[in-house]
Design a protein around this ligand. Sequence first.
Ligand code: ZN
Length: 305
Amino acid sequence: MKHIIYRFYLFTVLFTCSYLYANAESRIKTLIVTGQNNHNWKLSHIVIKQILENSGLFSVDFAISPESGKDMSTFILDFKPYQLVILDYNGDSWPEETNKRFVEYAKQGGGIVIYHAADNAFPQWKEFNEIIALGGWGNRNESSGPWVYWENGKLVKNYSPGSGGSHGAKHEFVLTERDAKHPITKGLPKQWKHAVDEAYDRMRGPGNIKTLLYTAFADPAKNGSGREEPLIFTVKFGKARIFHTMLGHAGNSFEQNPAMQCTGFQVTLLRGCEWAATGKVTQPVPDDFPTAEKSSLRPNYKPDH
Ligand code: ZN
C-alpha cells in the first residue's frame, strides 16, 4: 500500500511540475529594454512588466543599460530568444553591435513594441526611425521626414519645415479608431476616453505606418496642434510586426500614474504586445473598457474581478 501511495504521490508531483512548466513555456517571452529615459523609467518598466504578467500571457525579462554618460560598450543585447521586445529607452547610443542585432531581429520578423518616449530616441539612426515610423524631439525637423496626421478621412504627409514632436498640457482625451478590422482593435469601441496623459503631436519621420489604429485630436485649447494625430499604429519594416503606442506617460509613483492606470492604455498595450509577438489577439474585450464619455482606471494594473 505504501508503495502505491508513493507512486501516486510521485505521479502527482511530476504531473504538476510538467503542467507548470508547460504553462510557463507557453507564455510569450518578452524583453523590456530600458535604463535611460527623460521619463520615470524606474517606474514604467516595472508597471509594464506587471501589466503583461498579470494577463498570464507573458513572461518578462529586463535589459537595463548603464546610466547616461557611462561606458555603453558592454550593453550588447541578444534579442533572438525573445518573441517580443519592448522599448522603454530614450538615451545614449547603443553599441553598433546591438544596433545591428536589433535591425536584424526586426528584419527577420521579430515582435517589437515602441512605448511612449521610446520614439524620442536615436534621431540620427536611420533604421530605428523606420522601425518607429514617427518620432519627436532630439532636434527632429523637416530633414527627419514629414509631419503625418489624419485629415479628411485619410493620413496626410506635410513636408513643411518645422520641429518634430510636442505636446500640450496633460488632459483626458478621446481616441478614435481608424481600422476596426485589425486584430488589435477588433471588438473595441469606435471611441474611448483615455485617462490624463500627454497627447503627442507634430511627430515627424519616414511615416511608414502600416495600419493606423487610433488618432486623437490635439486640442489647441491645451496647446495642441489642432490636428487629428496618429497615436497608435503598426509599422511596415521588413518582416517585423511593430506596434507603436504614444500613450502612457509615466507618473510619479504606482499610485499617481493615471496614463498607465488607464484601462484603455493597458488593454491596447496587451493586445498590441500579443499581436506583435504572434500575429493574433486571443484576449476578449473586457467589461471595464472605457467609453467615449468615461475613462476607466485599473489602479492595480489588472482587472478588478
Ligand atoms: Zn511623456
